[in-house]
Design a protein around this ligand. Structure first.
Ligand SMILES: [Cu+2]
Length: 436
């Protein structure tokens, strides 16, 4: 006979058992043959790079189990999601690190919809095998509740470079790379993207570079930009060139109306020769892939927005400056005169709207990233705009960009430059919510 007490205990058992993870990522050493006889040895997710595409539905509660099979501490950041600090994947916000050979579980609500991604959030400093220099990156796509989009084929393309090395070309230390890939192969080494005439193809492009800004063209075609950093833009527009700083994403529709074998690649000749490209092949077409020298079209975020800006917000000035650390040494970076971790947090109040005024006084462009929130571009070098929502924005050298965000996700929030060397050397600050 089973007692009532035993019966209750049995009934409670399934509830006690942890929910099975929806996704599992294993961080471990990988060998990636990016071109014949060119094997990159790095660290990646599930044996490859990019890691698996994690597709989820908007609003779905997802659990991701991450196994760290390396001998180094690791952490995974879910880039572009509005999730709590303890699962966002940043040590600075208080997410626990994953111990060497340890396991972590991240449970969160998949939001907002669109092209997101995941990547390691470790510092690399002078170790070019760590952080964003490694193969630890992959796409997340969060399906919107409505509007599945009108397209015939969906292609995810991630840009990355390999074999990084230090250079001292311009006085201070910088990083350069021997090879580049789109997805896991150099231009011409992998399978082409196969398309058919009259198809509408959506390209979801991610610049997963640790440090490089990229311009891309697809010979014989133009891109209709429909979303940036996963968020639909106010004014979708056709352009010849896409420009993406580190961590930026662009979703672009391409009308396959020009049969042939074409190259989508970096507009930079060196980068293209080093492999940063991929072939697009129409069904039934053969011959060597064609490249066409692209136009010099200027990249301008504001063309995808609405002109003008009629909202007001409390201004937070953020001045970016380079601190020369000496010849043949890595420069340091400061926000409002102080480098991480010596700077005070930026204090905000829940529910308030803030205008981040990025004042870049340095001679380099910076892809600055706000965790756990989305901002709306409000002005680019004096030109007022609205309707472009992002989580990374490139602030060009010697210029001012303004972006608004609503403090609607309490908890420690990291703000930093996504250029790995800039982040590692001081270009970082925490935003914290003041108690009401
Ligand atoms: Cu930077």
């Amino acid at each position: 006979m089973i007692t009532r007490r035993q019966l209750l205990a049995l009934a409670a058992l399934p509830a006690l058992k942890a929910k099975a993870a929806d996704y599992r990522l294993t961080i471990g050493p990988i060998s990636l043959e990016i071109a014949p006889k060119t094997v990159i040895k790095t660290v990646g997710y599930n044996g490859t790079a990019p890691g698996p595409l994690l597709r989820m539905r908007e609003g779905q509660t997802v659990t991701i189990e991450v196994v760290n099979s390396t001998n180094e501490p690791e952490i995974v950041h879910w880039h572009g999601l509005h999730i709590p600090s303890n699962v966002d994947g940043s040590l600075e916000e208080g997410t626990p690190m994953i111990a060497p050979n340890g396991t972590a579980r991240y449970t969160f609500n998949a939001s907002p919809s669109g092209t997101r991604w995941y990547h390691t959030h470790m510092m690399a400093m002078r170790n070019l095998k760590r952080g964003a220099y490694s193969g630890q990156f992959g796409f997340i796509y969060i399906e919107p509740k409505s509007d599945p989009g009108a397209f015939d084929q969906e292609i995810f393309l991630a840009l990355h470079e390999w074999d990084p090395y230090f250079t001292t070309a311009e006085d201070a230390m910088d990083v350069a790379y021997k090879r580049g890939t789109i997805n896991s192969h150099c231009l011409g080494a992998g399978e082409p993207v196969r398309v058919k005439r009259s198809q509408r193809v959506i390209l979801r492009i991610l610049n997963a570079s640790a440090t490089m800004h990229r311009r891309l063209a697809l010979a014989g075609h133009s891109f209709r930009v429909v979303a940036m950093d996963g968020n639909p833009v106010a004014t979708p527009k056709a352009v010849d060139i896409l420009e993406l700083g580190p961590a930026e994403r662009v979703d672009a529709l391409v009308e396959m109306n020009n049969p042939g074998v074409w190259i989508l690649a970096s507009t930079d000749d060196h980068a293209r020769r080093d492999g940063l490209g991929v072939v697009f092949e129409y069904a039934g077409q053969t011959g060597p892939p064609q490249w066409v020298t692209p136009s010099k079209e200027k990249w301008d975020y504001t063309v995808f927005g609405r002109s003008g800006n009629d909202v007001t917000a409390e201004k937070i000035p953020l001045v970016f400056e380079k601190i020369f650390a000496g010849s043949r040494w890595v420069d340091k970076w400061a926000i409002n005169g102080k480098s991480w971790p010596k700077n005070e947090p930026i204090w905000v109040k829940a529910g308030h709207r803030y205008r981040l005024a990025f004042d870049n006084r340095s001679d380099e462009d910076h892809p600055v990233h706000l965790h756990r929130h989305t901002f709306e571009l409000k002005s680019i070098a004096g030109v007022a705009t609205s309707g472009v929502f992002k989580d990374v924005v490139v602030v060009p050298a010697k210029s001012i960009v303004e972006a608004d965000f609503v403090a609607d996700n309490p908890g420690k929030t990291l703000f930093h430059c996504h250029q790995q060397m800039h982040m590692d050397y001081g270009f970082m600050s925490l935003i914290e919510y003041r108690e009401p």
